[in-house]
Design a protein around this ligand. Structure first.
Ligand code: VAH
Length: 314
């Protein structure tokens, strides 16, 4: 059976739903530190689980006969800058617990998300290659860079089948993101519908790699279904779909909602965004496990606005 740790989060919510469609609801145990997403909690098997507690994870895996873990719990880039030691504690210790369980053979397969945050200001910014300079300047980025090193080590040294993707910013409408720098690209859709205007915390020309959630979930389940011998990267795969600026996404929304207006008030997250690449080369993922994205900016905008209008007018 499958355990999703951090199932109430932005990715965890939709990943759990997709995994249940693929494998059956009772075969996917959702877990999180609290029950903040009641819709998900009530949709199938759920456990309160502290990702920092090894014995709690072990007991959960024994009780539910878990052989696959998706570890989606983490403190993201903006939150990590406010609480560095908490971010290191959660992001690293949860990974060690899962890798060590896998090392015993109790867990057969692990998914662990990395991020474009592993790149820093010295990384080539355009079409960033799979293998390149990684000198992250955020706590979150440091945890993802070090986590990738450990994933590769546990695979090479102990044969652990751990797989990972460097997610770009992810846009979705089912669950809000938690404390990321790319969150503006989610907030802007909500504000366009609720207020007709948005104050953006990044400057208008800040280009970042982004992806619609459906593409991120497809990539995750495709990677986990790929035959082990086709996986050439055991740190984490570069993955890309679209890159856009706040101005681009504003124009995309304005094409659907002509009255929409935007202002720009960059805050501390501008420095984080400026340390990340503006576009990513994901040719290795496309070659190894046939990755390709479906949603471009305008398709995503239409989907986000139509889904959120239903949510706000329900
Ligand atoms: C963040 N959404 O902003 C996350 C992600 C690439 C960005 O890691 O921190």
């Amino acid at each position: 059976k499958i355990l999703v740790i951090g199932a109430c989060g932005q990715i965890g919510t939709e990943l759990t739903t997709k995994l249940r469609e693929l494998h059956g609801t009772d075969n996917v145990i959702a877990s999180d530190i609290n029950t903040r997403n009641l819709e998900l909690v009530n949709a199938g098997p759920f456990e309160i689980l502290d990702a920092k507690n090894f014995n709690a994870i072990k007991d959960c895996c024994v009780n539910h006969e878990i052989d696959t873990i998706y570890l989606m719990a983490a403190l993201l880039s903006a939150t990590g800058e406010k609480y560095p030691m908490e971010a290191w504690d959660l992001n690293m210790n949860s990974l060690f617990h899962v890798l060590n369980l896998a090392k015993t053979g109790q867990i057969k397969k692990v998914f662990w998300p990395s991020s474009i945050a592993v790149f820093g200001p010295t990384t080539p910014r355009e079409n960033t290659p799979q293998h390149t300079i990684c000198e992250p300047t955020t706590v979150y980025g440091i945890t993802k860079q070090v986590g990738e090193r450990w994933c590769e080590y546990y695979h090479e040294k102990y044969g652990v089948d751990v797989r990972s993707i460097r997610y770009p910013g992810i846009i979705s409408h089912k669950a809000m993101p938690g404390g990321g720098t790319t969150d503006y690209a989610v907030e802007i859709y909500h504000e366009a519908i609720k207020e007709g205007k948005y104050e953006c915390f990044l400057s208008e020309d800040t280009s970042l790699p982004m992806m619609f959630m459906d593409d991120a979930i497809k990539a995750t389940t495709d990677l986990m279904a790929a035959p082990s011998e086709s996986i050439s990267i055991r740190s984490s795969y570069n993955l890309s779909a679209i890159s856009f600026t706040p101005k681009d996404i504003f124009e995309s929304i304005k094409a659907e909602m002509p009255e929409f207006t935007i202002t720009y008030q960059p805050d501390f997250r501008q420095a984080i965004a400026d340390s990340w690449p503006s576009s990513i080369d994901d040719s290795v993922a496309r070659k190894d496990w046939n990755w390709s994205h479906d949603f471009d900016l305008d398709t995503m905008t239409k989907e986000m606005l139509s889904q959120l209008k239903k949510k706000y007018t329900a």
